[in-house]
Design a protein around this ligand. Sequence first.
Ligand SMILES: [Zn+2]
Length: 392
Amino acid sequence: MLPTAFPTCLILAMLLLAPARAWSDEPTDSEPQPAVRVTFSDKDEQRTITGRVIVQDQEGGMLLEGQDGRRWVIEAANVLNREVLAAEFTPLTHDQLAEQTLAELPEGFSVHTTPHYVVCFNTSRAFAQWTSSLLERLHRAFTNYWENQGFEVREPEFPLVVIIYATADQYREASREELGSAAGSVIGYYNMLSNHVTMYDLTGAEAMRGDDAGRGSLKEINRMLTQPAAVPLVATVVHEATHQIAFNCGLQERLAEMPLWLVEGMAVYFEAPDLSSSRGWRGIGKVNYPRLRTFKQNMTTTRRLSVADMVADDKRFRESRTAVDAYADAWALNYYLIRYQPDQYVSYIQAMSKKLPLLPETPEARREEFQKHFGDIDDLERDFLKRMSRLK
Ligand SMILES: [Zn+2]
């Protein structure tokens, strides 16, 4: 049976943290950037962060990025001191980032590092290895895919942190502050401020209950997580990890106003891996059947949003009542555009990747930009529905 519970995603909550007002680019054209040391009040605490300014406003508020890749939105009134350092900004190394992340976590965590990832875990090392190997394969497949499409992907500047809790309870407890009441319903999420993916050991997930044999060797974990019941669980991890990669390899900009049909649709496009393929990610670009099924069910009803409305506004992605439908619409639109307008799609994501953080956009501007790349939106809608209705 195909899983029905492909989840929606909590990256959305993070977008809401951005205050809507005018910010401008830091007035420096020359790379590399100088490091700054900023002391500011953050709720009841005082923090000092060495980093770089991504954007700032005229009053002295800023978006600061730490050497660990974490981003801080700081209002001018909260800046206590700002000092430009003689040194250049440098990201932390794997080892430095591992050390820092471990210091922030409770006792009992270990680290497993791979070329792109720092995985901190308090579950079995085998599961950390299984996860990092999945994510390295995803990273390679993602990079190859976009390079073949003509988009120049860059290496992540910061090692990508993934935190894995041994149990769902520990994970929920630790994520409560970030996720609020939603913590119970998702098995993993990407936070675009911290730049972390947080999850728990899937072999202990409820859907896997009764199969304790999985909590052993790499081979056992593989056997367990290639079962049909595990598909939506693995898909969620891949979905969240795709967000992390897209935001770290130059395809998307954290906290910029990226339309969610694109951000979510792209993650959905990658979320169904073919784990039986040890050499690659053969699933990319395949039809995502659970999403297609929802899309087709809704196609001639009011549950489907027109392309014009989807492009203009993200609201339906943010409301739990409509999110599942919105994700299916987003998958379908990305599938259609990548397939039938691949060059225009790449030029559109190139334009999106240059957007600055924290600059709100009007629905009209979003629709205009879409039409600049893809042509008249009503014509496109007709062709989109025609082609998608034929898809089996
Ligand atoms: Zn998502």
